[in-house]
Ligand binder design. Structure first.
Ligand code: AMP
Length: 113
C-alpha cells in the first residue's frame, strides 16, 4: 500500500498541529479549515477509504468514534459538532488514508453540500 501525507504525519516526517494521540489514532488540525474548529482524526493503520475497512477493523472504527467524542470534549465543542467521512474522490476525498473530519464553531447546515 502506498503511504499518504497522513502516513508522513504519523511518522513525524512532516509537521502537523497534533492535539490528541493514543495507540490507535492521531488527531490534528486541518491545514485548510472549513470551520473555526476543524480537526482530522486518523487511524495509525493506513486504511485508504472507509469502504476498505474489514470486519477485523471493527474495534478500530469504534475507537475512532470514541476518540472523536473525546477530542470534541477536549476542544469544548461537544455540544455542537459534525463528523464527516468523505469516501472516494467523487465524494470529496482527497487524501486516501481514512479520516474523520470534526467540524464545529459555526452554524452547520443540513443537507450538507
Ligand atoms: P478529504 O478531502 O476528506 O480527503 O480531506 C483531506 C483533508 O486533509 C483536507 O481538509 C485538507 O485540508 C487536509 N490536509 C491535507 N494535507 C494536510 C496536512 N499536511 N495537514 C493537515 N491537514 C491536511
Amino acid at each position: 500500500m502506498t503511504t499518504t501525507i497522513f502516513g508522513k504525519i504519523i511518522r513525524r516526517e512532516i509537521p502537523a498541529d497534533i492535539i490528541y494521540e493514543d495507540e490507535m489514532c492521531l488527531a490534528f488540525r486541518d491545514v485548510n479549515p472549513q470551520a473555526p474548529t476543524h480537526v482530522l482524526i486518523i487511524p495509525k493503520r493506513e486504511i485508504p477509504r472507509l469502504c476498505d475497512a474489514a470486519d477485523a477493523d471493527q474495534a478500530l472504527l469504534g475507537h475512532l468514534l470514541l476518540a472523536a467524542g473525546k477530542v470534541a470534549r477536549q476542544l469544548g465543542v461537544a455540544d455542537a459538532f459534525r463528523l464527516v467521512v468523505n469516501n472516494g474522490a467523487d465524494a470529496g476525498q482527497s487524501v486516501f488514508h481514512l479520516h474523520l473530519h470534526i467540524l464545529a464553531g459555526r452554524p452547520l447546515r443540513w443537507p450538507p453540500g
